[in-house]
Design a protein around this ligand. Structure first.
Ligand code: PEP
Length: 254
């Protein structure tokens, strides 16, 4: 059985003191919930402080980006070696990085390889744009993104995939549970073809895109959906706790 996972992507929100406050408000509530992996992904500069705060708790830590080189003259960048001292997970291929920072499939593949090399666990994001969705190209787009991101990678056991339709991110216009389940099922089939049935059965695939406390149950009830990557709602204590709690409750009956 796949353990559900809820990851909060704080994006470029929270100063260090705000991040500390948010974790302090989340920690006890999260620790009271079972059977869900819960990962917080604050901005880089808060990783050290958050890491101290979550010691001994159920919360796991992730970063939002990395550069693929180990070290050197890359002013302003953060390397996999720097991150593995601080956190376990790393978001790679988020559509905002593809869109605003020109990250190509090739760059994303290099990042996945670099992360795995040091033992970081990638949360690999794939998803189609609105016009691609409307043109019926979703399957083609996510298949290409998945294949490109996984070039040269033999072992998927450390990777989590997040299906994030771009039209649903930060828009308040979530996919329906059924739509998300259908595309995630397709992604799982792709994994089966690229690797094997067992790998496809074991890999965790999340949905992301305007998940809130109001729609979390709809997504978590779907058989192929193993959790969520949550943006906006992860900054609100009640919302995030409720999403993790609903996931835990559904997991008991799934
Ligand atoms: C995200 O940042 O990955 C995301 C899904 O954002 P939101 O939940 O705000 O749509």
């Amino acid at each position: 059985m796949r353990m559900p996972l809820i990851a909060g992507n704080w994006k470029m929100n929270t100063t260090v003191s705000e991040a500390v406050k948010l974790v302090n408000e989340l920690r006890q509530g999260l620790d009271e919930i079972d059977n869900v992996d819960r990962v917080l992904c604050p901005p880089f500069i808060s990783l050290v402080a958050v890491r101290e705060l979550i010691k001994g708790s159920s919360i796991k830590l992730g970063a939002q980006n990395l550069y693929f080189e180990e070290k050197g003259a890359y002013t302003g960048e953060i390397s996999p070696l720097m991150l593995i001292e601080l956190c376990e997970f790393i978001i790679i291929g988020h559509s905002e990085r593809r869109q605003y920072f020109n990250e190509t499939d090739e760059i994303i593949n290099k990042k996945v390889q670099a992360a795995l090399k040091v033992g970081l666990r990638p949360i690999l994001c794939i998803g189609e744009r609105l016009e691609q969705n409307e043109a019926g190209l979703t399957a083609e787009v996510v298949t290409k993104q998945l294949k490109s991101a996984l070039v040269g990678i033999d072992d998927l056991s450390k990777i989590i995939i997040a299906y994030e339709p771009i039209w649903a991110i930060g828009t308040g216009r979530a996919a329906t549970g059924k739509q998300a389940n259908q595309t995630i099922s397709l992604i799982r089939n792709n994994v089966s073809q690229l690797y094997d049935k067992k790998t496809a059965r074991d890999v965790r695939i999340l949905y992301g895109g305007s998940v809130t406390a109001d729609n979390a149950t709809e997504f978590m009830q779907q058989p192929e959906i193993d959790g969520a990557l949550v943006g906006g709602a992860s900054l609100k204590v009640d919302q995030f706790l409720s999403i993790v709690k609903q996931t835990s409750e559904i997991r008991q009956v799934k």
